[in-house]
Write a protein that binds this ligand. Structure first.
Ligand SMILES: [Zn+2]
Length: 323
């Protein structure tokens, strides 16, 4: 089964290890994801996020630019197996040549510092997807965990800059990613955009009541718009009562897939593994064993065409419409 995954933090991890002086690369490493593991699982495309911690990092722009350079260089070094993609046609071309694809995203809209010219420059560097926030308030919006205040009637959605940004992202053809965003922010995106948008790595709140997960209404709205929700493999987002020390089980991942498909339609479900952004144990170890999830889905009664949609066809469709 081919695979398109909407989110991993591998490039930020690589960068951190390199900074500490380790000899580590994207070809073959100790992380959840590398090119050898991707080949073993038959990946078609991986979205690589530049994740920047706004709380502890004083040079966010420099860090994001360094991540982007690192990804470009690593992909270049492995150009026999994988190529950067900027358009839908690039993905098809790589696929035809038996090559995998790498698509660049940013996980923290704050790296743009509220400046649209930085956003446009990131687009020129290849960024095709961006979360408006991570877990901190920034110039664009409030993150998950900030809720509408009934008493003061204060909303915690997008700020003025945030509205300007989603407008420009739609103009550019950059995919708006609402993972990590506040509930009000997600509705602001829905009410002020016309193209599909995604939650690259979020689950169903009805199954696991974490703020990072999506309500049934949000799942329906993302589905109505033609967007996608990438199911996240983090134990804390999969099962009530679980923390990062618990192991993520295939059964729980499949439960979220089934639930989101039941609420929003099978066309809304995708993969958002969060590999190398999550520190929990994984029943299937890493990205080299993705076919174990396919086996699990077959056992749970998913039809072949449903698995194909969830694993790559829905994502491919979205890229065709936006990139
Ligand atoms: Zn994340």
């Amino acid at each position: 089964m081919k695979i398109i995954d909407f989110h991993c933090d591998t490039i930020s991890q690589l960068h951190d290890y390199i900074k500490k002086g380790e000899d580590i690369n994207l070809r073959s490493n100790k992380l959840h994801l590398d090119i050898e593991k991707m080949k073993k699982s038959n990946y078609m495309l991986q979205v690589f996020a530049s994740y920047v911690d706004l709380g502890s990092n004083k040079n966010i722009l420099e860090t994001a630019l360094t991540h982007i350079d690192l990804l470009h260089r690593e992909i270049e070094k492995n150009s026999d197996d994988i190529g950067m993609v900027y358009t839908y046609e690039d993905i098809l071309k790589n696929n035809k040549e038996n090559k995998m694809s790498a698509l660049l995203s940013i996980e923290e809209g704050g790296v743009c510092k509220g400046n649209l010219s930085l956003l446009r420059n990131f687009y020129k560097l290849g960024v095709r997807m961006m979360t408006l926030t991570w877990n901190y308030e920034n110039e664009l919006s409030y993150p998950n965990g900030h809720f509408y205040n009934e008493e003061s009637k204060e909303r915690k959605g997008l700020k003025e800059k945030g509205f300007e940004f989603i407008n420009e992202m739609e103009n550019l053809g950059m995919i708006i990613d609402v993972s990590h965003l506040s509930d009000d922010g997600i509705y602001d995106v829905y009410n002020n955009t016309s193209k599909p948008f995604i939650a690259s790595h979020s689950n169903a709140r009805s199954i696991c009541s974490h703020n990072r997960n999506l309500s049934d209404d949000m799942i329906k709205k993302i589905g109505e718009r033609g967007g996608i929700i990438g199911v996240n493999f983090y134990s804390s987002f999969l099962k009530n009562g679980h923390t990062g020390t618990d192991t993520s089980m295939i059964e729980d991942i499949i439960k979220h897939m089934r639930y989101i498909a039941n609420v929003g339609g099978v066309d809304v479900v995708g993969l958002g593994t969060d590999f190398d952004g999550i520190d929990c144990g994984l029943e299937f170890k890493d990205s080299s064993n993705m076919q174990l999830i396919v086996d699990g889905m077959r056992k749970k009664g998913f039809k072949e065409e449903e698995i194909e949609k969830i694993f790559y066809k829905n994502a491919l469709n979205l890229f065709e419409r936006i990139l």
